[in-house]
Write a protein that binds this ligand. Structure first.
Ligand code: AMP
Ligand code: TRP
Length: 330
């Protein structure tokens, strides 16, 4: 069975961009592959953060991911910093990575601009840690959103370079995208993200989501209620495509917009209704899991144990190939 690896940063709330852009894929794929999913706290510390909150944020994210439908028994969900091999392999990969390649990464350039006062070496090295995450489990399948494709390509390069220098050790991985690898924010201007505040949270209440939806921009051609619109030009319609099943999507939403049969508020109310059909069960599972935090913590501990074993094997193999292993270990 091929290995699946993916990660998510504990830097805020889970939103529907994460869900429809990536997580929904993880739910299906977890049964097809040997799946490792990591809350990547070592990545999250490359930008400013409050140490007081980090542990809780990581745990809450794990709860949220289980609530979304990750299988508590099957998928190895774990917290990255509990498995030391990731940082060790990062150091090794650093020694075969040209500096220029890291300086050219899109996410590094964006984040360096966003966090001018804190352009630390970790921010530059971020993709190398990501490559170590994937390759330490010999991951081949990496389900992510579009913004991470460059990092997965970089990981393939790292594997190739290591294999060429030290012998065949790592497989070449591939990114697996969903049908919607880039979900836009409710402002309609840029992709949905935690840092931009333009998100709809998976655990947000119906009332809070409505407060965000009601004033959100729609097709600018619909100035008056009687003006017909073009669904394809409307950001709200792009959310309907995620949450509203056929035939309602075509017959009520798209047709209603084109003929001005419905107003934008009617359309948004319908979206809220359909979105909550997806979010309500997740929120219910979240509430149940929140009463069993001890059990969830035990699962995370057991998963970290398995990860330490598997990653330890890879580290030994790598050291052996590089002439670093003490002879008694071989
Ligand atoms: P992050 O929250 O940045 O750690 O991202 C977790 C996963 O969600 C990654 O696979 C991202 O590619 C994906 N993701 C984040 N934001 C979006 C978005 N707006 N559209 C699609 N996928 C996203
Ligand atoms: N960089 C990814 C993000 O921001 C998170 C991540 C860390 C990851 N390590 C990974 C994703 C390994 C896939 C595989 O979304």
């Amino acid at each position: 069975m091929k290995v699946l690896f993916t990660g998510i940063q504990p830097t805020g709330l889970l939103h529907i961009g994460n869900y429809y852009g990536a997580i929904r894929n993880w739910l299906d794929l977890q049964y097809k592959y040997d799946s490792y999913i990591s809350v990547v706290d070592l990545h999250a510390i490359t930008i400013e953060y409050d140490p007081k909150d980090m542990r809780d944020n990581s745990f809450e994210l794990a709860l949220g991911l289980f609530a979304c439908g990750l299988d508590l028994k099957k998928t190895k969900l774990f917290i990255q910093s509990e498995v030391p091999g990731h940082a060790e392999l990062t150091w090794i990969f650093n020694t075969i990575t040209p500096l220029g390649e890291l300086e050219r990464m899109t996410q590094f350039k964006d984040k360096a601009k966003q966090h001018r006062k804190n352009v630390n070496v970790g921010l530059l090295d971020y993709p190398v840690l990501q490559a170590a995450d994937i390759l330490i489990y010999k991951g081949e399948i990496v389900p992510v959103g579009e913004d991470q494709v460059q990092h997965v390509e970089f990981t393939r390069e790292v594997a190739r370079r290591f294999n060429a220098r030290y012998g065949d050790t790592f497989p070449e991985c591939q990114a697996e995208l969903t049908a919607t690898p880039r979900v836009m924010g409710i402002d309609g201007d840029s992709k949905m993200s935690k840092s931009k505040g333009n998100f709809i949270g998976i655990l947000e209440s119906r009332e809070d989501i409505w407060e965000k939806l009601a004033p959100a921009p729609t097709d600018p051609a619909r100035v008056k209620r009687s003006d017909p619109g073009t669904p394809e030009k409307c950001n709200i319609y792009s959310y309907h495509q995620l949450a509203t099943p056929e035939p309602e999507l075509t017959e009520y939403v798209a047709e209603g917009c084109r003929t001005a049969g419905i107003g934008c508020l009617d359309c948004k109310r319908k979206l809220l209704e359909n979105l909550m059909k997806v979010l309500d069960p997740i929120q219910e599972r979240y509430a149940t899991l929140s009463t069993k935090k001890g059990e969830v913590r035990d699962i995370l501990d057991r998963n970290a144990d398995v990860c330490r074993k598997v990653s330890g094997q890879t580290i030994l193999e790598v050291k052996e190939r590089m002439g670093l292993t003490p002879i008694w270990k071989i």
